[in-house]
Every structure is written in C-alpha cells, then in structure tokens.
Design a protein around this ligand. Structure first.
Ligand code: BGC
Length: 751
C-alpha cells in the first residue's frame, strides 16, 4: 500500500512551491539540524558554548522562521509531533519537516550489529530485520534512516568496520541491496517504510592507519572495483538518499568532490534521490583547508552535488543566499537541490499527513514478533570459529553445572552493541540470562565477572549519552573476584567465557592501534582454561580481535558479535544445539594487527608461492579465512560441473555442485563461489567471491546448488585501459564453504 501522491502530481506540486520560495526558504529546506539537549558539561560544539539549551533554542528559532528542512536525533513521537507543529506554524508555505535518524540495527528492538547481520550471509533475514527497524522508526515519526553503511572495511583498526558488511564488494553489494529493500520496500512512500541512505560516499573505510576521519588515498581501480559496487547496488535498488563522507579522498574533501556526486552518482548511475552531507561536513570544508569561509564551503558543496547539509549549529547553507548574490551559486543549482528535498516530502505523503499516531507507536514498538525476528537474526549471524572434539553443542542431559565468566557475559548495554539509543535494557537478554533461562532449572548456572571492565584511554563521544561507559559493580574487589571466577570454573562441568570489546570501544571515533583483548580478559581466559574444565569462548565484538592464543588452546570459539535485544536467548539456543551456527566471516581474521589491512582477494604479485618471504616473523595467512564458519553439521562438496568449458567472452556459464550434509542433524551452510582470471589487461585477485547461497539441509540430505557466472561478474575496471574491460581469458572456479575452498574447475572465454 502506498501513502504517497501519484507520480504525476508530484512535479506540479513541487514546481508550484519552488516558484513561491525565497532563496532563504530554499536554503532552509536544504538544512538539516540535530535537535538534542546536551547533557550538562558536554560541549562538542564550540559555537554553542556550555548551555545545554542553546542547540534546541537555535533550532526552534530557525523553525519559527521557516528555515529548516529536516531534523535528526528526535525519536519520541510526542516530541516529533510537537516539532512538526512548530515547523508548520513557522513555514508560510506549509512545508513539513523530514525527520531522519541513525536507524542502524533497530530502533527499540535491537538486532545484531551490521557486521553480524552480514555474517549471516542470509539476505532474507537482513531484509526482514531492516523492515522491522523501518516499521518501528516510521511508527515514531522517523522518515529516513542514515543507513545502510556500505563502506568496505579492510582494516579492523577502523572502528566503523562494525557498521558495514566487511571487506568484500560482492557480499557488500548484496547486503546493501537487502538493506535498502528492507528499509524502503519496493518504492519510496510505502506504508511502514522509510528512506534508506547508504553512506559514506566514498572510501571512508580506507582511512590511513585505520584512524577514524583520517585521509584516504584510493586508485580509480580500487574505487570502481571495490569501494563503489555496494553504493552502485544500493542506488540501483532505489535508495532515496546518499550521505557524503568526512575525510579527504585523494587530496580533496569527499564532501566537496563534484566527480563523486555529480559525475559518478548522478550521471553514471542515474541516482535520482538527494545527497546529504555527513554531520558538519560542509562547514568542515573550511576546517580541511579547502574552502575559504562558510559561504565558499556552501557554494562548493552544493555545486559538487550535496543537496542537504547536516549541521549541529551554524550551517554553511545559511550562506547560500549570499553565494547566490555573488554568483558563486546559480539559481538553477539551488532550485535543483530544493526540488529533490520537496519531492521526497511529497512522495512520503508528508504534506497530507505530517503527524504520527502516538498510540500506534507504542503498539508497534512493543510487537513481540519483532523480538522473534531479532532472536533468529542473532542465531543466524553467529560464526563458529573452532569446535575441537565437537565440544559444542553442550548436552543438557549430562551437564550439572555451567560457569559463565567475564564482565561482558552479563552486561545488557554491551549485548546491544553501539549506535543504539532507544533500547529497553529491561528486556535485553544477556548471555548469562539466556543460559539461566534455558537450563537453569536443571543445571547449576553461576556467573563471575572475574575482572574489572576495561576502559578506553580517550573517552568515547557517545559516553555523554549515559550508560555507554562501562562500570564495575560497586565495591568490586578484582583479586577476590578473579579467584572466585577460577574456582567456579574449576568446579563446573563446562566454562563459558565471554570476551571481546566493550561496546563503546567500537564504532565511530573508536579506532584502535591494537587488536588485543582489552584489559585482563586474556589472562582470565588463560586461568579458566588452565583449570582443565572444558571451555567455550564466546567472542563479543564488531572487529576481529587477537585470538592467536585462543585458537590453539580453547576448544570451542563462537563469535556472537553484539547480538542485540534477544542475544542471550539466541546464544543459549546455539550453545545447547537447538539451532546450529551457520554464519561465515565477512572479513579475513588476521593473526595480528601487524598484518592489517588484510584481504583474501589480493593479487598474486611477485613470488606468490613463497609466502614466507612476505613476513619472516608471521605467516601471511589469516587466523581464520574470509567466509570461514563451522556448524554442527558436516558438509561435503562433490561433482562440480560446468555447462560449457568454453564460451564467447560476453556469454554466461553455469556452474553447479552437489552439497551434502553428511551429519545426523539439520544444519545451514553458505555455499560460496570464487573466481580467478588467469591473465588479461590487469593482474586479477587470486580469488574473488562471485556467488553465494545459504542453504539449510536436513541430516544426510543433498542439494544441487547452481550459479551463473555472466559477463557482469567478470568485468572489471582496468588501470591499463582506464576503463571497464571484459577480457578473453581462462578462469578458475572454486566452490566450497570458505575462501579456501579446494574443489575447482576451469573455463575459457574467447571472442
Ligand atoms: C556519522 C554518520 C551519522 C551522523 C548522524 C556522523 O558523525 O559519521 O554516520 O549518520 O553522524 O548521527
């Protein structure tokens, strides 16, 4: 069902409004303000000083003048209606406000973090998750998500790796499409859906040294082959918005790069939505040492193709009327941008129905079905990294006691992960809660934190929102608690240790120079394993951490990520075998921080068979490869077949394989296809993911899984040609359960 005005009426309505608007009113439509009361003492904006009311006051004044197009960071439907009323009262043309928010992995129902959702390789679950996030967001009055984040991340020091789909452009593109569909549905303006805004265009994940906001240098080949594809896919899926990126790209602030927003996004990809800057990124064109002043910044950004400025205070776009007068900006450019914003408002049906139903919001936010989907998502995203001697699943019939250890095992806030603000801690299920609820009546389940929470050296910018900075229990005695944890472990049948990073250690402005487990977690894990009690390690994380010791000494390692509201329920279902893990790594898991950036899809380069010459102190292989993930089932691959061994260069080949679950239990497997071009106009990666399917097979069942490899999967942007090429060549194909799949065949293409 569509709430929007039919397409024919949109243009006329927008034209009529534009013809009546002043330059200041148009600039207002292009301005988006944060709206929040800063906690006392927090003053991230020098322009606002220390007064917590300065920001809302400034926004309300602008609303009164009819000079605001959009607001962000309001999630209370009562407040949204109040601000919408204020905005409409101040706008002589009756133009409603658009409300945006970071709906990253759920609003009230919190889903596993995005990197976890990608680890499910389950596009249906990803789409359903974002559809629920959209439903909850729209119910409170939010019209637009600053998501999905589709930045390729190959350096886990970069904290925002958690917000994306990992290192691979093929997986990244597929996950981007699923998310856009989940948020938006088939078209903008659908009931219970919101606009999707893929971000940050482009290259943000390649920050120098993994340091957030630091500059990025990427060749054209890297941009076209690796960093653009998820954006291109999101645009083709109909995303209504794109957000710019903060950093300099190849020496120019990305947010001021016309080539990106006009030539690539609009001209090459026919993007018809609107572009928003990242927060303060237009104003910061001055900070970068690029624009001379705010007027110049505004002129450069809008001329580059940035339609709307996201600002905390003091927007550069307030200077657009001035830039118009000096001729730095044309009226056509201003009108084109304003048109795009107005068109979205019409398509969303906001002119006819600007308010939100506050009673319905409560009902939608409390929908128990949303929690069910979140639990299933957490089950499907967990990755079983190691399971020596089939320690997992645990058998509830033979167990008498479980020791649950580590501060993260019973931390509600950390179970949810970063980038959430509207959660309900009371309904959040920790790992300890989940295990107790599942087996507590039959098995003794005890918890010990064992060690203090670890802290960042520099505080997180999100700590000001309260509850984000981890705290020890009052009167915490670390030495006594450490002993208690080890005693509990030694007297239990099995120990479950939860270790990883506290949620404020990952995300925006949360990059690290090391990948070690923070605090005394490794020491605690070693002491628990040292008791001789069989130990399961649950990793709570959004980036790979250094697990070299664990990978040799802990028999079972399950990556549970930050699993969300129902995390503990999902984890206990996995531990006790109600469901089998089926997730796969969306990145290569390095052995050590010294190996990063690390990708499986590197080229062969010089002396590929002599990897010992790459580093002399560490193998040049990952600890766990891209695509790796075990299950409680066992899968075998056989009978890899091609329909033709030789095809014309522009034709497709069909590859199929027999996948068999040789175990006695139902389980899921992600069947992955990798391709390598042996020779051509550029050296091509040793392997590249070009197809995948997550299949669930009953015990001893087989399925024939089929893939098509068409010209689109073989075309690439070549530095030799400075263009797209489709070479005639010989191609190796591998199919299996990870990027180290061995079953292989070849085909040739020729003109
Ligand atoms: C982030 C964006 C986010 C925006 C609004 C910025 O700091 O980089 O990803 O959407 O804030 O919260």
């Amino acid at each position: 069902m569509s709430e929007a005005t039919p397409v024919d009426g949109i243009q006329a309505r927008v034209d009529e409004l534009i013809s009546r608007m002043t330059p200041a009113e148009k600039a207002g439509q292009l301005t988006q303000y944060f709206y929040f009361r800063l906690p006392a003492g927090a003053a991230p904006e020098p322009a606002l000083g220390m007064d917590p009311d300065a920001q809302p006051r400034m926004v309300e004044e602008a609303l009164g003048r009819g000079e605001v197009g959009s607001l962000l960071f309001v999630t209370d439907p009562v407040e949204i209606n109040r601000l919408q009323r204020l905005g409409l009262a101040g706008n002589r043309l009756g133009i409603p406000l658009l409300f945006g928010f970071d709906v990253i992995h759920g609003l009230r129902t919190i889903f596993p973090v995005p990197i976890a959702m990608a680890a499910s390789w389950d596009l249906e679950t990803i789409e359903r998750g974002q559809a629920i996030a959209a439903r909850e967001a729209r119910a409170v009055g939010i019209h637009w998500a600053f998501a999905p984040m589709v930045d390729i991340a190959r350096d886990p020091r970069w904290g925002r790796i958690i917000e994306g789909a990992g290192e691979d452009p093929f997986l990244g593109a597929a996950v981007a499409v699923a998310q856009v569909r989940g948020f938006q549905g088939a078209d903008i303006g659908q009931h219970d859906r919101i606009i999707a805004g893929p971000k940050h265009f482009v290259g943000y994940g390649a920050a120098l040294g993994g340091r957030d906001y630091d500059e990025v240098s990427l060749s054209d080949a890297e941009l076209w082959n690796t960093y653009f594809p998820p954006f291109n896919a999101a645009v083709e899926a109909g995303a209504g918005n794109v957000m710019t990126a903060y950093m300099d790209l190849n020496g120019i602030p990305a947010s001021g790069t016309r080539w990106l927003f006009t030539e690539v996004l609009r001209d090459a990809w026919a993007f018809s939505g609107f572009v928003v800057s990242d927060a303060n990124a237009v104003r910061n064109l001055v900070t970068h040492g690029f624009a001379a002043d705010l007027t110049d910044a505004a002129a450069r950004a809008i001329s580059a193709g940035v339609d709307m400025e996201m600002a905390i205070s003091d927007p550069a776009y307030a200077h657009l009327p001035e830039a118009l007068q000096t001729g730095a900006v044309s009226e056509a450019a201003l009108d084109a941008a304003a048109r795009r914003i107005l068109e979205m408002k019409v398509r969303l049906g906001l002119f006819d129905n600007p308010y939100v139903d506050e009673d319905r919001a409560r009902v939608v936010l409390g929908d128990p079905e949303h929690r069910e989907v979140a639990r299933v998502a957490a089950e499907r995203s967990a990755v079983l990294l190691r399971n020596e001697g089939d320690l997992l699943p645990l058998d509830v019939e033979t167990l008498t006691s479980v020791a649950v250890i580590g501060p993260l095992a019973d931390s509600r806030r950390d179970t949810l992960g970063p980038w959430v603000f509207d959660f309900d801690l009371d309904e959040t299920v920790t790992v300890f809660d989940g295990i107790r609820r599942k087996v507590g009546s039959r098995v003794q389940v005890d918890f010990a934190a064992g060690i203090r929470v670890a802290q960042r050296v520099f505080a997180s910018m999100f700590d000001m929102f309260g509850g984000n900075r981890p705290e020890d229990a009052p009167g915490f005695d670390e030495e006594a608690e450490f002993r208690r944890a080890v005693d509990l472990a030694s007297s239990a049948d099995v120990a479950v240790v939860v270790a990883g990073e506290w949620q404020n250690m990952i995300g925006e402005a949360a990059s690290r120079s090391s990948l070690e487990l923070p605090g005394r977690q490794l020491e605690l894990l070693q002491a628990v394993v040292g008791t001789g009690t069989p130990t399961v390690l649950l990793v709570m994380n959004g980036r790979p951490v250094d697990l070299r010791w664990a990978a040799e000494n802990v028999p079972a390692i399950l990556d549970i990520w930050y699993p969300g509201s129902q995390g503990g329920a999902a984890v206990s279902n996995l531990l006790f075998g109600e469901v089998s893990p089926g997730g796969k790594l969306p990145f290569s898991w390095p052995r050590t921080v010294g190996q990063v950036p690390f990708v499986y899809s590197h080229t062969r380069s010089h002396e590929p068979d002599n990897q010992a010459r790459r580093y002399w102190d560490e193998p040049s292989t990952p600890l766990f490869p891209f695509g790796h993930g075990l299950s409680y089932g066992k899968f075998s691959y056989s009978d890899l077949a091609l329909d033709r061994a030789s095809i014309p260069t522009d034709a497709s080949v069909t590859v199929s394989v027999e996948v068999t679950n040789t175990s006695d239990r139902e389980a899921a497997e992600v069947v992955q296809l990798y391709l390598h071009q042996r020779h051509g106009s550029a050296s091509r990666p040793v392997r590249e993911l070009k197809g995948f399917q997550r299949v669930t097979l009953p015990a001893h069942a087989s399925e024939r899984v089929q893939f098509t490899i068409g010209p689109d999967q073989r075309r690439y942007w070549s530095t030799s040609a400075r263009n797209w090429v489709l070479d005639s060549s010989t191609f190796d194909v591998w199919i299996g359960g990870s990027s180290t799949a061995e079953l292989t065949t070849t085909f040739e293409t020729a003109d």
